[in-house]
Design a protein around this ligand. Structure first.
Ligand code: TYD
Length: 142
């Protein structure tokens, strides 16, 4: 679990294991900004009621860093740095996928009743989105 300034310099997408308190009454996990994730949380949103076969995302953010958690059910996140694609399958609420700024990402293969929580380092700015793949490659200097 990253908790030093050194480990916060993550420039690639990676799974972060979140604290987990197992309890016969039910399990509990939590996230503190700048402790379990390398950014301050400016916004939280969630994606739910995704019909089978639908895809969300499919763009990059210039500035936004994020942590994506499958609070319920499962889905895949494909992260693309312009050269290589990585597929992360999320299906546990105590794992989060950290995605730094500047990567193309797509969410797909949502299970029925899945719930995707996204913690974002920025407020919503439509101008932070890159929707055009050629523009994304240019942004990456590729
Ligand atoms: P968007 O991020 O484009 O969803 P996806 O990448 O999964 O297709 O968001 C869809 C719409 O929701 C977008 O047009 C604007 C609105 N929106 C907000 O107003 N605030 C937010 O924080 C987010 C994430 C989206």
């Amino acid at each position: 679990m990253p908790n030093t300034s050194e480990s916060f310099r993550m420039m690639k997408a990676e799974i972060i294991q979140l604290p987990r308190f197992e309890d016969p009454r039910g399990n509990l996990s939590f996230i503190e900004e700048l402790k379990h994730i390398p950014f301050k949380i400016e916004r939280t949103y969630w994606i739910y009621d995704v019909p089978g076969g639908q895809v969300r995302g499919g763009h990059a953010f210039k500035e936004q860093q994020e942590l994506i958690v499958a609070l319920s059910g499962s889905f895949d996140v494909v992260v693309d740095d312009g050269k290589e694609k990585q597929l992360f399958s999320l299906n546990r609420s105590y794992y989060g996928l950290y995605i730094p700024a500047g990567l193309w990402r797509q969410m797909e293969n949502f299970s029925t009743n899945s719930l995707a929580l996204v913690l974002s380092s920025t407020k919503y700015h439509a101008t932070d989105y890159i929707y055009d793949y050629a523009e994304f490659l240019n942004f990456r200097g590729l």
